[in-house]
Each structure stands twice: as structure tokens, then as C-alpha cells.
Design a protein around this ligand. Structure first.
Ligand SMILES: Cc1cc2nc3c(=O)[nH]c(=O)nc-3n(C[C@H](O)[C@H](O)[C@H](O)COP(=O)(O)O)c2cc1C
Length: 203
């Protein structure tokens, strides 16, 4: 049973969340977990202006995902930073290259799930995840979120990401805040939850 974690991360927040998702998924017996980045679409000069080159160097060890390998997974958990309340363009471009998979119904019946990151607390984490779900539904995937069984999303004693739609983190206006323990716990929970459901379907 294979769980693929496919993400884009410009400054490392989604990468950190992806690691926690992978940890959670890996707790389910018999699960192979693989992490993949989607291809970059911005020129290096623009990435330089955005102050993203250092992080991209650090993430270079994570293999780039090919569209074809999505077919080999039983579950795919996607991670994206928010861009104006939606998924990032790199992820959109990657998904828009899956037309052939759609035509073949290659992703039908696979489990799909999404986690996100935004700079501000109400900057669009939920809209990013929910609008991402539309693509997964068009692909015939079984959409899984983050149930309230993850009690950490009830917290009001600290600022935290995470909603029934999926784990999320608040990065701060300058990207100065890394995922909190609670947000990482949400990501772990989501990974394990998705892998548990996928394992049941796999049987
Ligand atoms: C073009 C652009 C648009 C963005 N739009 C939003 C937004 O709508 N709301 C928000 O809170 N943050 C927004 N951000 C901030 C990113 O979501 C933030 O940098 C990201 O979540 C950090 O995750 P990463 O380090 O994994 O890339 C935007 C950033 C860029 C570059």
C-alpha cells in the first residue's frame, strides 16, 4: 500500500508539514510512504527576488514528481502554500498536466487529501484546501479531511492552523513562524488517518 505525498514549498513550511504527514502515514503497518515535490515553474531570477533560493537548495534531495507516478499510489496527500486563497501555481500546473490520467480514470477510487499553509491566520487555508478538493473530485478520488477526532483543532488557547478540511499552518507575513507542535500533530494525524482508510480500501 503506497501513500504519495506531493507538495510544493517555497520557504519550507509545507515541507515541514509534509514530513509530519509522512511520519503519521508511516505508522500504519504495510505502508510505503514517498515524498515528492512538484516541478518549479518560476525562473531562478524570480525565486531569487522572492528570497526562496536557499530553501530550494535545501529541498533539492526530495525527488520531483512525475504525473505518471500518481497512478502507482493508493493514496495521495497534497500540500500547497496559499496563493490569494487558492493553491499555488506550481501545483495547479502539475494538476493541469493530469488530463491523460483523468481520461483513463487512473485516479478513480484512490484516496486524496490536502494540507496547506498561509501567511496569515485567515488568509485562505480553508478556501485553498476546499477548492483543491474540486480537482480531486473531478479525478474521482475519495476525499479525506482531518476529523475532529484530532482534538487539537478544538484549541483556542493558542493560535493554530487545522480545520476539518485538513491540516494547515500559519507561516507569518515574513515566513518567520514554523509549524507549531499542534499543527505538526494535525499533519501526523491526517497522514495516519489517510493511510488507515487507504489500507482498508486496499484490502
Ligand atoms: C503570490 C503570493 C500570494 C500569497 N497569497 C497569500 C494569501 O492569499 N493569504 C496568505 O495568508 N498568504 C499568502 N501568501 C503567503 C504564502 O501562503 C506563504 O508564503 C506560504 O504559506 C509559506 O509556505 P511555504 O514556505 O511552504 O511556501 C502568498 C504568497 C505569495 C508569494
Amino acid at each position: 500500500m503506497k501513500v504519495l505525498i506531493v507538495y510544493y514549498s517555497m520557504y519550507g513550511h509545507i515541507h515541514k508539514m509534509a514530513e509530519a504527514v509522512a511520519e503519521g502515514a508511516g505508522e500504519v503497518n504495510g505502508t510505503v510512504v514517498e515524498m515528492r515535490r512538484v516541478p518549479e515553474t518560476l525562473p531562478e531570477s524570480v525565486l531569487g527576488q522572492m528570497g526562496a533560493l536557499e530553501t530550494q537548495k535545501q529541498l533539492a534531495h526530495v525527488p520531483i514528481c512525475s504525473v505518471e507516478e500518481l497512478s502507482s499510489a493508493d493514496a495521495i496527500i497534497f500540500g500547497t502554500p496559499t496563493r490569494f486563497g487558492n493553491m499555488c501555481g506550481q501545483m495547479r500546473q502539475f494538476l493541469d498536466a493530469t488530463g491523460q490520467l483523468w481520461a483513463e480514470g487512473a485516479l478513480v477510487g484512490k484516496v486524496g487529501s490536502v494540507f496547506a499553509s498561509s501567511a496569515t491566520q485567515h488568509g485562505g487555508q480553508e478556501s485553498t484546501i476546499l477548492s483543491f478538493h474540486i480537482t480531486l473530485l473531478h479525478q474521482g478520488m475519495i476525499v479525506v479531511g482531518l476529523p475532529y477526532a484530532f482534538q487539537g483543532q478544538m484549541r483556542i488557547d493558542e493560535i493554530t492552523g487545522g480545520s476539518p478540511y485538513g491540516a494547515s499552518t500559519i507561516a507569518g507575513g515574513k515566513g518567520e513562524r514554523m509549524p507549531s507542535e499542534n499543527e505538526l500533530a494535525a499533519a501526523r494525524f491526517q497522514g495516519k488517518h489517510v493511510a488507515t482508510i487507504a489500507a482498508r480500501l486496499f484490502k
